[in-house]
Design a protein around this ligand. Structure first.
Ligand code: UD1
Length: 426
């Protein structure tokens, strides 16, 4: 027996009910970093209650932006204008999104000292594309003892084509470009909905950005001082939404996800449809919702991850879990991160029949998984193991809960409210 926090999951009957999908981790962290761009008081609403928001808040506090949860889901951030553009190792190594302070600090202050980031432990995550693009805008980088020292007089606009539509690079380039002299045209930009959310936030602050949601972003730099602090609602989390869809898919039942955006999950919903899930959407934008109805048994499909609008790599552990209990054989191909299949061994402990090699996993559906002790290796895999536990006979006890806490707002409570047999033991 261990004292480590655990999530205990037992096989659940059909799930029923309604839940609200919180704001996206991969958006809120970037919005928080963007508050470095202008002094004043910001209010973010629809903020998920997740550990990474606290870590980002600590990082921003060290740099000079204070923040406070004023009520559940509402975060007030105050940039007093007293900024120290240094991101220290102890904070940076805890969260990959700390790299997002680079663009705003460089664009506004012309200097940054940033420890090289850590983040999820699923392979190397270089930042060469961020640096090459910022160099084209006039930045100079020096590396010493694991720290990047960046300097620039005033950045200037540039014509940049990314060799791959990197999420983080796109965000850093756009946040650096808002104060650059002249126009920056970014081709092959990443198009994830969270980037759209960041661009809309910047436009709300006074930035001039065209092509939001497309792969060509044009940023006309404004004069320093022209951006203002604002209030903004964080876009709904498509990955958390997908997690509840996957839970219904393996448990059966009928559930409504308020706030979930079908328009941000089109390719995934198409695949889920092919697997037999019936998903209908209602409403538009922030008032939209998804209703999901599960078939008797899922059908297997093949899935490949791709940058948005393709199927996100972050959905993959959920898809592999669904295929583990589906009828037939599915092949899953990872195109973004080689080696991001570590949770497969944990699913195998639950009786899943999966062979993973390099970028591919072959998943042969079994009639029944069987509960066992497992350990979450990262956020998304942790959520997928919880979902697998819901479909497994007997009890599944999952450690490594802190990974799930980084990106899931009360996963256990939300699933329990839908009738899942799940509890957290701290
Ligand atoms: C973001 C998400 C992460 C998601 C990923 C891909 C956050 C905090 N994280 O991560 O959950 O899985 O998008 O959708 O938002 N690369 C380079 N050089 C670079 C930048 C990236 O080689 O300069 C490579 C990476 O190693 C990786 C791929 O490009 O193989 C994708 O990276 P990127 O799109 O930048 O992802 P992140 O922003 O790190």
């Amino acid at each position: 027996m261990t004292d480590e926090p655990r999530i205990l999951i037992r096989r659940a009957g059909p799930l029923q009910g309604e839940i609200t999908i919180p704001g996206a981790k991969n958006s809120v962290l970037k919005l928080m970093a963007a508050t470095l761009l202008a002094d004043g008081e910001y209010t973010l609403t629809n903020v998920p209650d997740i550990a990474d928001v606290g870590i980002m808040a600590d990082l921003l506090a060290a740099i000079g932006v204070s923040s406070e949860v004023v009520q559940p889901g509402t975060l007030r951030l105050v940039n007093h204008g007293n900024i120290t553009p240094v991101a220290p190792y102890e904070l940076v190594e805890r969260i990959r999104a700390s790299i997002n302070v680079l663009g705003p600090l460089l664009g506004r202050f012309g200097r940054v000292s940033l420890s090289l980031p850590g983040g999820d432990d699923f392979g190397s995550r270089p930042i060469d594309m961020h640096l090459t693009a910022l160099e084209a805008m006039g930045a100079v980088f020096e590396f010493r003892h694991g720290v990047v020292e960046a300097t620039a007089d005033r950045l200037h606009g540039a014509s940049i084509t990314l060799e791959f539509p990197s999420v983080g690079a796109t965000e850093n380039i756009v946040t650096a470009a808002v104060y650059a002299k002249g126009t920056t045209v970014l081709d092959n930009a990443a198009r994830e909905p969270e980037i759209g959310d960041l661009c809309n936030f910047l436009v709300g602050m006074g930035a001039q950005i065209e092509g939001i949601g497309t792969s060509t972003l044009t940023v006309h730099g404004v004069e320093p001082g022209e951006l203002k602090a604002i209030t903004h609602a964080v876009v709904a989390d498509r990955i958390q939404a997908a997690t509840y869809l996957a839970a219904v898919a393996v448990c059966g039942g009928e559930v409504v996800l308020r706030g979930a955006r079908a328009d941000h999950m089109e390719m995934l919903l198409r695949r889920f449809h092919d697997m037999g899930l019936v998903v209908t959407s209602a409403g538009v934008g922030p008032t939209s919702s998804l209703a999901v109805f599960a078939p008797q048994r899922l059908r297997s499909v093949d899935v490949a991850t791709l940058p948005y609008p393709g199927i996100a790599t972050d959905y993959k552990p959920l898809i592999v879990t669904m295929l583990s209990v589906a009828d037939g054989v599915g092949i899953v191909t990872e195109n973004l991160y080689p080696g991001r299949f570590r949770y497969v061994e944990e699913l195998q402990r639950l009786g899943a029949d999966i062979r993973a090699d390099g970028h591919h996993a072959v998943v042969r559906g079994v009639a029944q998984l069987s509960g066992a002790p497992v350990r979450a290796p990262d956020i998304r895999a942790g959520a997928a193991l919880v979902v697998a536990g819901l479909a497994a006979d007997g009890e599944t006890s999952m450690t490594g809960v802190h990974h799930v806490d980084r990106g899931y707002d009360d996963l256990v409570g939300r699933l329990a409210s839908l009738g899942a047999d799940i509890e957290r033991v701290d």
